[in-house]
Write a protein that binds this ligand. Sequence first.
Ligand SMILES: [Zn+2]
Length: 268
Amino acid sequence: MFKGRCRLCGNESELRNSHFIPQAAYKRVRGHSPNPHPIVVHGSKVIQTAAQTRAHVLCQDCEQRLSTNGENAFFRNCYSGPGQFRLLEILRSQPPVLEDDRFAVHVIHGSEAAAVEQMGYMGLSVLWKSAAHSWSDRSGTLPSISLGSPYQEQVRQYLLGNGPFPEHGAMILEVSDENNRLIAVTGTPTTSKWPTHYLHCIDICGIRFNLLLGGRMPMHFKELSVFRPGPKCVLIAKRQEAMLAQTYREHLEALAGSRRDHTIERSL
Ligand SMILES: [Zn+2]
């Protein structure tokens, strides 16, 4: 038994030997690859590894909370092998509101929108875990991120169900299609600094979670956040380079452009 203070709820309790990224993510990628080990991205290095990073960080209740509120929906909908990607099928069941050769933007309504929000919760929990603890595996300490002190606490309260998602934040989901090499990648978090905010990212089973935090973040990013009430905007990335920050910025600026904005507004 390992007693200590749970990083999420703060209670002194027996701590579980938690995975940094739920084990199911590695099983899915490994199960369909000719290489027996999943691709794991450590910062800028792409390596083949079976490393499954674990640490005594969460109590049983909080592990269960993360499963119920996010991981269950995530693993029902994420990439599970060739031809098995429920979220991508859902997105394609209706025409995009905006599309070019690099990306498409879809809007999801109703019960599927709730599942998308739960998937966003799962991505948020992994990024929060990266910032809450220095995780290690057999190859050494994994790159970690910092959300900044006010955001780290706000995100913790949100994950606990005790507070709203940060006012100056957005969680934007990008889904890889079959031509995007990132569809089979499970990565480690990275952070990039933008003029108006910080962008924290991680790729897990075909989905890139983009957490944007900053008081000067433009409003149109918030409109794409899956934690916004109502229908959810989700992006499909058709090529890996569509997911790089510069291209991402261009297309979001296009989205926010006055001529196209009414298309998105109407769909929302
Ligand atoms: Zn706890």
